[in-house]
Design a protein around this ligand. Structure first.
Ligand SMILES: Cc1cc2nc3c(=O)[nH]c(=O)nc-3n(C[C@H](O)[C@H](O)[C@H](O)COP(=O)(O)OP(=O)(O)OC[C@H]3O[C@@H](n4cnc5c(N)ncnc54)[C@H](O)[C@@H]3O)c2cc1C
Length: 340
């Protein structure tokens, strides 16, 4: 008899707000597709779980992004996020369908929901993961190797949950890439009605005040010019170059800690994770905590006056020299290449 009788498939919690699905759900579905493809003999599906109110019509979007099935829980108690009702509903979905694993975005919502559900199920949860693989020696158990930074980001730890199901993990947005939409894809939509034992909300939200995002959201930028401590004396120039290239400036924590940039544009383990098509690292040493937030960029160009700087080990192209001299020349080259 299989070790975990009845547990099957990789489930992805598909986060939505006001009917708008967060990209992280689609990123996790794309990654889950790779995981199930690595264990074809297990015949696993990728299943999206969509909670909310008046969201049934979104299920097809989830399928077009790679899910084989979508479980929809549509209830007015789920219209806005509530820890109580979302945890109730998701726990019941898991108890009813028995997923082998459940992936959730490490967003504010996901970080609140996943641990509560894991505790109710007595399941193992790896929080804030940056990598997920199938253990090649435990493919018959579909054992996940889930990696996350630890000890202040100086080490990476790989965590396994061999004794309980589902295996749960939260993963930061932008860590995995999103597969292109397949408009022709079809799949099954299953509606599930949970029993809310207590319909009285324990916490009543009186008013929702939308966060006003000032400035540019760097996680959405296609071109980023990162300023490190080595560019602190030319931040205006870095910002101007970023704008001329049609992108934005971001910064290392050193620049933020020195009070020269807003925390909202910090890239890295304690900042944002970005994956633009072009990241120009200016005067950034390449500490692992910074690299964790930008290493998935398509193209990384580094400028640093120290030829031994760590950043060069992950850069596609590197320039040894002063930011103030090299960045303006590089900008001209990029603009000329774009026009050509
Ligand atoms: C728990 C924890 C979490 C952290 N989280 C983050 C995080 O989210 N993001 C983050 O960035 N860091 C983070 N850090 C800090 C991280 O360890 C590094 O200290 C930080 O990234 C260093 O920033 P930097 O590369 O800009 O500065 P430095 O390490 O001081 O490097 C400056 C670089 O600029 C070069 N340079 C100097 N002058 C010039 C010049 N004129 N032209 C060209 N090159 C020049 C130097 O050769 C050097 O390589 C974290 C640390 C810890 C312990």
């Amino acid at each position: 008899m299989a070790k975990f009788e009845g547990y099957k498939d990789i489930y992805v919690f598909v986060e939505q707000k006001n009917g708008e699905i967060a990209n992280v759900g689609y990123e996790l579905i794309s990654e889950a597709r790779k995981l199930v493809a690595s264990i074809p003999h297990m015949n696993f599906d990728v299943v999206g779980v969509l909670l909310g109110h008046n969201i049934k019509d979104k299920a097809n979007d989830v399928i077009k992004h790679g899910a084989d099935k979508v479980i929809v829980v549509d209830d007015e108690l789920l219209a806005t996020y509530s820890t109580q009702f979302y945890a109730d509903a998701l726990t019941q979905v898991i108890n009813a369908f028995k997923p082998d694993s459940l992936l959730t975005g490490a967003t504010v919502l996901g970080r609140d929901l996943a641990p509560r559900v894991a505790a109710r199920l007595n399941a193992g949860l790896t929080a804030d993961a940056t990598k997920i693989e199938m253990d090649p020696e435990k493919e018959d158990e579909a054992l996940l190797l889930v990696t996350r930074p630890t000890f202040g980001g100086n080490l990476f730890g790989t965590i396994i949950c061999p004794d309980t199901r589902p295996q749960m993990a939260t993963i930061r947005p932008n860590v995995f890439s999103m597969d292109p939409v397949d408009e022709s894809r079809t799949g099954e939509v299953i509606e599930f009605t949970p029993e809310f034992t207590d319909k009285e909300a324990k916490v009543v939200v009186k008013e929702v005040i939308e966060k006003v995002v000032e400035g540019i959201d760097i996680t959405k930028c296609d071109i980023l010019v990162g300023a490190g401590r080595g560019a602190e004396d030319c931040l205006d120039m870095v910002a101007a170059v970023a704008e001329e290239l049609g992108g934005a400036m971001c910064a290392s924590r050193a620049v933020v800690d020195d009070g020269l940039a807003d925390k909202a544009i910090q890239v890295g383990q304690t900042g944002k994770t970005v994956r633009p098509s072009l990241y120009i690292a200016c005067g950034i040493s390449g500490a692992c905590q910074h690299v964790a937030g930008m290493e998935k960029s398509d193209m990384i160009i580094a400028i640093n006056r120290d030829p031994q700087a760590e950043i060069f080990s992950i850069a596609n192209m590197g320039f040894v020299g002063d930011v103030k001299e090299i960045l303006p020349l590089l900008k001209e080259e990029i603009i000329a290449a774009k026009k050509a």
